[in-house]
Design a protein around this ligand. Structure first.
Ligand SMILES: NC(=O)c1ccc[n+]([C@@H]2O[C@H](COP(=O)([O-])OP(=O)(O)OC[C@H]3O[C@@H](n4cnc5c(N)ncnc54)[C@H](O)[C@@H]3O)[C@@H](O)[C@H]2O)c1
Ligand SMILES: [Zn+2]
Length: 396
């Protein structure tokens, strides 16, 4: 399956690699009325588990023929929620059915609180009822919640089956659909039950962002800014200068930032799939960001908003430790402000709560905390041994 995927997509997407089957593919795709020149591909290299992220505008209907060409077996299940299914479910199911897939559709209610074992059980029930087998695949149509739970279901159903991500939030398109972290929440903690299980394909249609609420778009932008700070000064510069276009959902600008973000995540995941080292740089802004989400009980901020505050504070910490200069620090804060994302710890949040949530209260051994600190835009350091006093300076 993966080798086939590689062949087909390199034929479609490389300018000079058009072989016989490439022409077939072009004809088929042209029949769907979108231009393959506008499709971009990013490859996640993981040996025999490698896969492609395909990014384009208006490509949703192309998925049926693509999956058929890639040799997916006819029985499939689409997992979504009512919000996203109402918007895009029919287009996707039509495309798959026209290409000969025998598709069942499963929906779970919309919301983070339904990313749980009960929803998972519902998915298993449906898969068993309709006799999906080891050769069947799941398709996740939605944001990170749907992607995470579908990936988890795929990784455990009959000891693991294929799945395809069709992410429809910016956060899912630049982050959660790539890298193979799957999971559900437990009452005692978020994402506490999960697996590493890579998808077979990620199919990103940037046009789906047109219906996404602006607040969700901005939360996704926070993760794009993160990629700029940790790895890609040019991407950061682009997010600074192309703000109007990005906020107007200009398709070329969106495709550009999604492609660059996916490329960075793909490279990091290829080098450190299970987060034994390098992958932790993706947590820039998340040490403090997660603590903010915890003390506000996940109600007040979207994840990306909490990460935006976390990125400003962690960059501030880097300044306190003399790792970054004032100019770079203020560029990070300015871009976050310019998008209207929050950049400061709200005054009513109890700082001690933040500390205990970061597990560096007085009982913890000082110096154990690991934080990702920027040295300049595009370069970060995995910093071990930040002390409570150093962090407290941020709030003075
Ligand atoms: N696996 C990973 O590596 C990873 C990384 C980051 C986050 N996550 C997880 O992702 C989840 C958050 O994902 P999210 O931010 O996408 O939230 P989400 O999945 O809850 O989606 C946000 C909202 O947007 C709606 N929506 C989705 N697409 C839409 C569209 N095109 N038009 C209109 N509405 C649309 C959804 O129904 C939902 O109400 C969390 O559970 C988090 O733990 C996972
Ligand atoms: Zn994040």
């Amino acid at each position: 399956m993966h080798i086939l995927a590689d062949t087909v997509f390199s034929l479609i997407l490389s300018p000079d690699g058009i072989g016989a089957s490439g022409i077939t593919m072009i004809t088929i795709i042209a029949g769907f009325g979108y231009n393959i020149q506008e499709m971009e591909k990013v490859r996640v290299e993981l040996g025999d588990r490698s896969y492609d992220i395909v990014i384009g505008s208006g490509i949703l209907e192309g998925i049926g023929e693509t999956l058929k060409l890639l040799g997916f077996s006819p029985k499939m299940a689409l997992v979504s929620n009512p919000t996203v299914f109402t918007l895009y479910g029919e287009r996707l199911t039509d495309s798959l059915r026209k290409s000969g897939f025998d598709l069942i559709s499963i929906q779970i209610p919309d919301g983070e609180k339904f990313k749980n074992l009960k929803s998972l059980e519902h998915i298993y029930d449906e898969l068993l009822k309709y006799r999906l087998d080891r050769s069947s695949a799941l398709i996740a149509l939605g944001g990170g919640v749907i992607g995470d739970i579908t990936g988890f279901a795929a990784s455990t159903y009959m000891r693991g089956i294929s799945y395809i991500q069709v992410p429809t939030t910016l956060l899912a398109q630049v982050d959660s659909s790539v890298g193979g972290k799957t999971g559900v929440n437990h009452e005692l903690g978020k994402n506490m039950i999960g697996t590493f299980w890579q998808p077979d394909l990620v199919w990103v249609d940037v046009e789906t962002l047109k219906t996404l609420p602006k607040r969700e778009i901005l939360a996704g932008i926070a993760e794009v800014i993160k990629y700029g700070v940790i790895y890609d000064r040019e991407l950061f510069g682009f997010v600074e200068v192309a703000k109007e276009k990005i906020l107007n959902l200009d398709k070329d600008s969106l495709t550009h930032i999604i492609k660059r973000s996916c490329r960075i995540k793909a490279e990091i995941v290829s080098r450190d799939e299970r987060e034994s080292g390098l992958r932790s740089i993706l947590n820039y802004g998340h040490t403090i960001g997660h603590a903010i989400e915890t003390v506000t009980e996940y109600r007040r901020f979207l994840h990306g908003e909490a990460v935006a505050i976390g990125m400003c504070l962690e960059a501030g910490l880097s300044r306190i430790l003399n790792l970054i200069n004032d100019n770079e620090l203020s560029r990070i804060k300015s871009v976050i402000d310019s998008y209207g994302l929050p950049s400061e710890m709200p005054p009513d949040i109890n700082v001690d709560g933040i500390f205990s949530s970061m597990q560096i209260d007085k009982k913890a051994v000082a110096g154990e905390l690991k934080v990702i600190l920027p040295e300049k835009i595009g370069v970060v350091r995995i910093y071990k041994g930040v002390t409570e006093n150093e962090i407290r300076k941020l709030f003075k």
